[in-house]
Design a protein around this ligand. Structure first.
Ligand SMILES: [Zn+2]
Length: 406
């Protein structure tokens, strides 16, 4: 395993006068965090260690817009990425995530009376959420995603769903529905205002359509110094406030703005309108984000040092450590810290990922059952919300490894 050439810098900030905000158009963004040499994808299925270590890399240069508090990667190059090839983003194998997804599908069906109605999902991934909505009463679904795999869509509702394997853009503006759903997608899109305006234009004659978005809250990431939640695939970072401001600016009236999933995700629910509605209670002001960005810059190095020291300690004592969770957080955690053999393996419950390798560091992904032989001393969970699920799996395997969550 080779070391990674990741360099990060977070202490000083610098104004990029030429850059303009992709959300509100304001000129001049403050760069506050930079990392070079990070894998441009973190959910690709990589078949060999060599391929994983040679994975294409890019630069992350996070900048804050002081006008609207949107955060963007100013070094992002979309040409480095493709979502069409063996992309495994689903969290549907996790019981905890599955439960949340089903509950959210039911909530939106009930709240917006979508029984017998049509749902369009932009960025539907493997289609699980659209299936969940159709199973709970939606009449028909249309899903668009470059990474859709039709053989994996099953269940009695699957026949009422049409899938389009593509990225959403203007040419799909004729597709509408009684609800337009977009989950964990907007953060992968660089021209965010343009994307929302395309959706808004498609709804010119559909004032009754409800628009339902879900995406990560970067305010939590900043406050918790959660550097593993920052990676190349996410070129756009929202807080509840910057998301609400973007929705209003692009002609949506906000119906609800909430946090969910242990406050990790923002849910925004809106309708096409004038955009002149009142600010929701959760909408914080840009100054608050500026303070959180400053605190992140001050504390990041210490948080990273603590993790490096802890993993080094396990190895010095002749112990073994594994990471649990091979998704984007895992890739970011390993590459950002420059981890090599301090971590032996990465565990994942998704069978499609087992036997594959982590982009960047080349760690092999194994099934939980592998640990019965390997007997790790430390298991690092990539999301605290899965702690109970993981502990149950470790108990079932008869392991007494110390479990720590990021
Ligand atoms: Zn802005």
């Amino acid at each position: 395993m080779t070391g990674t050439a990741v360099q990060s810098r977070a202490a000083e900030t610098e104004l990029d006068e030429a850059a303009s905000c992709p959300a509100c158009g304001a000129q001049g963004l403050t760069i506050f965090h930079e990392q070079q040499g990070i894998p441009v994808h973190s959910c690709r299925l990589v078949a060999t260690r060599e391929e994983a270590e040679a994975f294409p890399r890019g630069t992350l240069r996070l900048a804050l817009c002081h006008a609207c508090a949107f955060i963007t990667n100013t070094a992002y190059e979309p040409s480095l990425q493709s979502y069409f090839v063996s992309y495994e983003e689903t969290q549907g194998f996790s019981p905890r995530f599955r439960e949340f997804m089903d509950e959210l599908a039911q909530r939106w069906i009930d709240r917006y009376e979508l029984q017998g109605k049509d749902v369009l999902e932009i960025g539907c991934g493997k289609g699980e959420f659209l299936v969940a909505m159709c199973e709970r009463g939606a009449a028909r679904g249309t899903g668009i995603d470059p990474a859709i795999v039709l053989e994996r869509v099953s269940g009695p509702a699957a026949s009422r769903i049409a899938f389009i394997q593509d990225l959403y853009d203007e040419k799909y503006a004729h597709l509408t529905g009684d609800a337009v759903v977009c989950r964990h997608t907007l953060e992968h899109i660089h021209p965010v205002a343009e994307f929302l305006r395309t959706i808004r234009r498609s709804l010119e004659q559909r004032a009754d359509t409800v628009v339902l978005f879900e995406l990560p809250d970067v305010l939590r990431v900043l406050r918790e110094c959660a550097f593993w939640d920052i990676y190349y695939e996410h070129c756009s970072y929202f807080t509840p406030g910057s998301l609400a401001r973007l929705f209003r600016a692009t002609g949506f009236d906000i119906l609800a703005l909430e946090l969910d999933y242990d406050d990790q995700y923002i849910l925004v629910e809106a309708r096409p309108g004038s955009g002149r509605t009142q600010a929701p209670a959760l909408e914080e002001q840009p100054e608050e984000i500026a303070h959180a960005v400053e605190a992140f810059g001050r504390e990041l190095a210490a948080v990273q040092s603590r993790w490096r020291a802890e993993l080094a300690q396990v190895r010095q004592n002749g112990g073994r450590a594994v990471v649990w969770g091979s998704g984007s957080k895992g890739v970011s955690f390993l590459t950002t810290l420059g981890i090599t053999d301090e971590i032996g393996y990465v565990v994942d419950i998704n069978p499609y990922k087992q036997g594959k390798f982590m982009a960047g560091t080349g760690h092999e992904i194994v099934a939980p059952g592998f640990l019965r032989e390997y007997r790790p001393d430390l298991v690092v969970a990539m999301n605290p919300i899965y702690r109970e699920d993981i502990q149950r799996d470790l108990d079932a395997l008869g392991l007494d490894a110390r479990l720590e969550a990021v």
